[in-house]
Design a protein around this ligand. Structure first.
Ligand code: ATP
Length: 237
């Protein structure tokens, strides 16, 4: 199987006057194969957001290597950018716009054909409510609209930072259905969470990060079985 995402020995230290020196990533490794829904699990502050932002070229690493779709990043980011959809910060939507207006605006700005707006509305299950204002949406619907915006370019790799954060069990199940549909269409999804139950419900494989290092990786049930037998030691909140 081919790796869609490869990270080896990634290092990042933050230095700030207020918070001092923080070793956010301390030789972190990760590998994601094509067509997986891959969970990126770790407690708050373990380095997930730093990893995802570094992958997207938003943070400069101090060492290590990364490749997306077999191309080294950040050097190849301009080449692979069109094949990667990402939500690494909660996007702010205009509350008085509908989902369709929101996506049409983004599609226009990104040279995406208008027909794709209807396709992604259907994919994320918002077609029936597409013309209602975003301010009437539940949190789950807003999160799915965020995913829809990342799907406009029909990416090969979708990167989502905490997409299920704050969702009730129904919202998490809808997110799971969406992730499964995307994986079945051949897309590879990486999603982060600090909640074990979310990863268990949504993902096929998982990489667990703690204190900026990989502590376990593999099929979710296998990793969790090892974890419960004490084979993997990780603090999760
Ligand atoms: P969360 O789920 O809370 O977002 P995370 O796993 O995404 O956590 P990061 O946000 O990557 O973790 O943070 C990793 C470490 O780096 C933490 O100790 C955090 O306090 C520190 N850190 C993150 N951003 C900065 C920054 N801009 N300046 C200084 N330290 C930072």
């Amino acid at each position: 199987m081919s790796a869609v995402l490869e990270i080896e020995g990634l290092r990042k230290t933050y230095k700030s006057r207020r918070r001092g020196v923080r070793n956010a990533l301390d030789g972190f490794d990760m590998r994601v194969e094509a067509g997986q829904v891959h969970g990126f699990l770790g407690p708050n502050g373990s380095g997930k957001t730093t990893t995802l932002r570094t992958l997207l070229g938003l943070i400069q690493p101090d060492g290590g290597r990364m490749a997306i779709l077999g191309q080294e990043v950040p050097a190849a980011l301009p080449t692979v950018a069109g094949q990667v959809g990402a939500i690494v910060e909660s996007p702010q939507f205009f509350p008085h716009f509908s989902a369709r207006d929101t996506l049409s605006l983004l599609a226009g700005a990104g040279d995406v054909p208008a027909v794709r707006v209807d396709e992604v509305l259907e994919l994320v299950g918002l077609r029936d409510r597409a013309d209602e204002r975003v301010k009437t949406y539940s949190l789950g619907m807003k999160q799915r609209l965020a995913v829809a915006s990342a799907l406009l370019k029909n990416p090969k790799l979708l990167i989502l930072d905490e997409p299920a954060n704050g969702l009730d069990p129904g919202g998490i199940r809808e997110m799971r259905t969406l992730m499964r549909t995307l994986a079945e269409s051949g897309m590879t999804v990486v999603l982060s969470s600090h909640i074990l139950g979310e990863i268990q419900l949504i993902c096929d494989e998982v990489t667990i990060i703690s204190l900026g290092r990989r502590v376990a990786a593999g099929p979710v049930e296998q990793v969790l079985a090892q974890h419960s037998h004490g084979g993997v030691r990780v603090r999760l909140d």
